[in-house]
Unconditional design. Sequence first.
Length: 77
Amino acid sequence: MYSIEKIPVGTTLKIGVLFPKEYELAIFEVFAETIWKEFVSEGEDRYQQGYKYGLKFIHILEGDYWKLRELLSGRFK
């Protein structure tokens, strides 16, 4: 995840995950924990700076979990 906000590692976030509607999964919400962060700078402009985060999902509804697994494995039709 990318953000301009400085979020401490270990923070629990409620986030919306978006996918194209053709996958029948327009949006679902998950709880995730930040497990690492890295400062990212694309140039001198402060608007091109922010943070890249690694997230670990800690809660997702079962139905959304299976749809996400199928989508990521390329079997979702």
